[in-house]
Design a protein around this ligand. Sequence first.
Ligand code: F3S
Length: 755
Amino acid sequence: MAYDIDMIKKVYSQMGERVNAARQIAGKPLTLSEKILYSHLWDGQPTKEYTRGKDYVDFAPDRIACQDATAQMALLQFMQAGKKNVAVPTTVHCDHLIQAKLGAQFDLPSAKKSSDEVFDFLESVSNKYGIGFWKPGAGIIHQVVLENYAFPGGMMIGTDSHTVNAGGLGMVAIGVGGADAVDVMAGMAWELKFPKLIGVKLTGKLSGWTAPKDVILKVAGILTVKGGTGAIIEYFGEGAESMSATGKGTICNMGAEVGATTSTFGYDESMARYLRATNRADVAEAANAVKEHLTGDAEVYANPEKYFDEVIEINLDELKPHLNGPFTPDLATPISEMGEKARANDWPINVDWGLIGSCTNSSYEDLTRAASIAKQAVDKKVKAKSDFGINPGSEQIRFTAERDGLLQIFEDLDATIFTNACGPCIGQWDRSDRKGEEKNTIVHSFNRNFSKRADGNPNTHAFVGSPEMVAAIAIAGRLDFDPTTDTLLNEDGEYVKLDEPTGLELPPKGFDVEDPGYLAPTEDGSTVEVKVNPESERLQLLEPFEPWDGQNLMGAKLLIKAFGKCTTDHISMAGPWLRFRGHLDNISNNCLIGAVNAFNMKTNFVKNQITGDYDGVPATQRKYKAAGIPTVVVGDHNYGEGSSREHAAMEPRHLGVKVVLVKSFARIHETNLKKQGMLGITFANESDYDLIQEDDTFNFIDLENFAPDKQLTIEVVHADGSKDVIKANHTYNQSQIEWYKEGSALNLIKKQNAA
Ligand code: F3S
């Protein structure tokens, strides 16, 4: 469980020099975000100023965190690197694969049974390679990270979009795809486009019904779901300092909902309090010693317009409680206007469920504030009209909340206490009261509320609010209930009003836990056997991809010419396929099934040039592979946009596709193809896309001279024997060409390790 105090002290010992160098080079005061970025450069000391939103920069993160769904392929790949241990402190957290249904005492054993092979694999591979393992039931990745590992001024990456939660403790923490995490685990740099900076100045102080959640609900309303793209949001001002560290975590968590790279806050007393309360007084002490580097320069916060790309100001004295939704987290409505808006839009007024918890809002403070409302309902004899579900963020939180009687208060309202896991937040919810597609409303304190997200029902209208507001609305059972003005009828027929919520930032008796659910890796994992059942349909050990034979690639057939948009979701669909994300061969049966065939405008229906028959893309490609025939995928603009899913590059590679030739690539996918040893190239003349026919054969006639900045020549041979000779561009540098030669980046790392 141990956080690495020596690593933290090392980061702090280098910080002053690096920050000063960066300040000097830039010739201006620095924001906190810049200080953290410039003190985590892969090359050490800053030597130049980077242009925000433009320059790609190599960084050296301090930590990595992976959740159980995304960790599977990441760790299977890491095993290919031939390393004894991960290069950077890493943890794995089992939280996504646990379904919420009847409550933790039934749901957890049932999840352990249905996903035991995945949990066993993750446990054994963690043990082998020096990775900390958090068992199912131990908690939600981001809450566990905040309680144990996050530290002011640190940089971490995690294979989950809400990794950004750790900004609550002043980190730059960023969600990445598995391929990026694998690079860093294997000792390579991590590349990021130097982010733009949005400053949010918080004046005043929260009071009454308004919570930290309302700050981010308001920000989401201002920025919308795309407004933070490519930027770090940095919060500052007296209002920021008045909030708890976990409240700051909530705000940073939902920065993901405006598309921000991450969000962060300067180090202050609230963070020191939280570090001490979570048994990390030494981290607080180390941070205090360098605190001037753990917040933005005073001049920056005095004149933010000069130093941020965009500035937003929010007065917390005036901020009203909000509910955001339905179907999108940026549709912000002050609670006082919700009734009118709901009726105008025909949103169901009756609320069926109130859900409290998730990685976003399950701190001690959150639970005490929500419990203060729940207790009033019991005391004032008001029966809750909606069902209540609670998913605590960690076993430490759950144990402490139980000890302090908080859970009992919810249970007095017949709440179901789900496992300390994601549950309904990620659609792992076997909802007892509804099936089918009935229109209904739920309120929750989570972060995302897209259609189907919680229960798979496209007509569930989910609204996001603070835990205390969710409690109040669930008690009233009505979306148009405004606890600041409205009353409730109790069992004695009297009208009663709920008082403002009250809460405690930290448990007065301290946090406590009997079994946190953590397994430390063994000192020497060399004899540990990684557990994968060869019969498994969910997990499969990877075989290294074949190295390039150094020859020109001749006689390659067209597999598909994709028309229009072809995102990573079209290349490797999610949904039910996610079950196979740890089994490359099985998940490859979704390869390109969403891509539109330019010759018939159908999906998953391509011509097999060997037989002349039409079939699905994976089935056709498997036939080419069996016949030893290489293939080419042709695509349009921005091929591979969307998520950074590494499966979209691994699947075609596994099935034997050799080349992806497109008008243009989404950059991350292009890099992923390179990492997997594929040839990802672009038409030198975009219009050559139109020359490609259904029965074409491709000869890459100068691949033997593959070199940086040198075009490749392709003979495109048509069915009638006629030929077009076209040029293709590529962006491989010399080390990426080495990846290609070795068959993948990981093959090269393995070779270097063995040398
Ligand atoms: Fe889990 Fe939902 Fe957070 S899926 S990691 S609780 S956003």
